[in-house]
Design a protein around this ligand. Structure first.
Ligand code: ADP
Ligand code: MG
Length: 237
């Protein structure tokens, strides 16, 4: 599902942090929003997700304008840095929750939970509680829960930030594998250039609320359009 952001504007207390942003995420691609802290990555992701009201412009999923729809009606899966799992529920119940709340049939829920658990490699962990899992395993559960409704888009906000270096490497390739296997359109917010380069089809580099360049990782690395981009990628001119 293609995501189109058109003339998107967002203000906090009358101060615009993003003005007239345009961005298209192609169906099936994984795009990184990359940039330093405070540049507006999460604000952009929240606009796609519907967590924030926007102050101008449109968000489209395919041809459908979702700008005014609340988050629950947008069919998005979201994973944040803190996994926000329900500690009192088992892994199974955590993953099933989005289906339980809409009253799906038990047999259907069971089938879906087991399929997603298989995809995310957590079939053996379904009876545990989040407190009995490693950070990487918790993140797999968060991914499974985000994917259980078979969303049109997957939104990831610094999903690896809380992991140690070894797990971060493992989960980079795991998230990418899952994205490719499902073919879901995904947006990854990160301040880590290596993460963006290694996981994504294209990178949109942001600075102070603006996208300064969009390109594939190799195009961006070989042909940075500004000194800021070059410096941020660790390849100064
Ligand atoms: P990033 O995710 O790139 O680190 P954010 O999108 O979170 O950046 O923030 C972009 C800018 O908007 C920052 O200057 C931040 O201080 C400001 N901002 C974000 N959320 C709020 C908020 N709820 N109220 C006021 N200002 C905010
Ligand atoms: Mg952020």
């Amino acid at each position: 599902m293609q995501i189109s952001i058109r003339n998107f504007t967002k203000k906090f207390d009358d101060t615009p942090v993003i003005e007239n942003m345009n961005l298209t995420v192609n169906g099936g691609e994984m795009l990184a929003l990359l940039g330093p802290s405070g540049c507006g990555k999460s604000t952009t992701l929240f606009a796609i997700c519907g967590i924030h009201r926007i102050d101008g412009g449109q968000i489209l999923f395919g041809d459908r304008d979702v700008s005014t729809l609340p988050s629950q009606k947008r069919n998005v899966g979201v994973v944040f840095q803190n996994y926000a799992l329900y500690p009192h529920m088992t892994v199974y119940e955590n993953i099933a929750f989005p289906l339980t709340v809409r009253n799906d049939r038990k047999a259907d829920i069971d089938k879906e939970v087991r399929a997603i658990a298989k995809l995310t490699h957590i079939s053996e962990l379904l009876e545990r509680r989040p407190g009995q899992l490693s950070g990487g395993q918790q993140q797999r559960v968060a991914l499974a829960r985000a994917l259980i409704r078979r969303p049109d888009v997957l939104l990831l906000d610094e999903p690896l930030a809380n992991l140690d270096a070894k797990l971060r490497l493992e989960m980079r390739s795991e998230i990418r594998r899952i994205q490719l296997e499902t073919g879901i359109t995904a947006v990854l917010v990160t301040h880590d250039q290596v993460e963006a380069m290694s996981m994504c089809d294209r990178i949109a580099i942001m600075k102070a609320g603006e996208i300064v360049q969009i390109a594939t990782p190799s195009e961006m690395y070989n042909d940075p359009r500004t000194a800021f981009v070059a410096g941020f990628l660790g390849n100064p001119p």
